[in-house]
Design a protein around this ligand. Sequence first.
Ligand SMILES: [Zn+2]
Length: 307
Amino acid sequence: MQTAYITHPDCLKHDMGSYHPECPQRLVAIQNQLQAMGLLSQLQHYDAPLATTEQLARVHTPDYIESIRQAAPAAGLVMLDADTAMNPFTWNAALRAAGAAVLATDMVLNEKVNNAFCAVRPPGHHAESDRAMGFCLFNNVAVGVAHAIKQYHLQQIAILDFDVHHGNGSEEIFRDNPHVLLCSTFQHPFYPYCGADSASERMINVPLPRGADGKVFRKAVTDIWLPALDQFKPEMIFVSAGFDAHRDDEMSQLQLIDEDYVWITQQIKAIANKYAHGRIVSVLEGGYDLNALGRCVAAHIRMLNSD
Ligand SMILES: [Zn+2]
């Protein structure tokens, strides 16, 4: 069995303007790097389906879903917050991004593949149950997690979020859900200016100071994430895979390097193999330096696809 690679051309049409860092070229950079490394042909390719309203409504309010549908413009851009916009193609791209997480969940739980990577945009982890923000409309990972709980009756699911920003949306959606453990590392204080004071024992938030490097990151994961995961014993792992903590990424001031993304993927695989029959669904979040993003996603996927 291989790693599934799930994406869709609609995700390239969502465009928030020529100077916006969350740009279609991100997906092109990933695909090009996979091609250059000879990895693309080793993966199982699937088109992301459109998420259904029912699937979205497990984590978003019906009013919110409808408000996003209504906000979609016939032409030009509509701003949802200071840095999140919709063009005429965004609605479909957002449904594909969430639908990718659903398909990935089905593929992994039906043992069609070992694990899956969703190369999708818009990203998701800032999206709350009734609020778009931080480039995110629907919380793709949350939609996947809710699908695994509702459709497959899983009881213990871990979300691991190594994006440089705190996944406030995932926290808001699952804070009171006993089936979900969220482990995250993020630069703090930094956008979205929350997460440092966890309100729940299942929200394992590890704020990292500006300038922190891979050594600090690895220690946080080793000392705080891994014991929490050993205690929780997840049946399945979702990854909010953001690559904007890389030292080449101008979005943040953390100093991770390519090898740190290989390392974290190894840790995630080890936990998945130990407790979760290897089940991993990884979904793209941030990462804005196109070269670093392409390299690190490819390294992440190569590790997912290795024995
Ligand atoms: Zn981010």
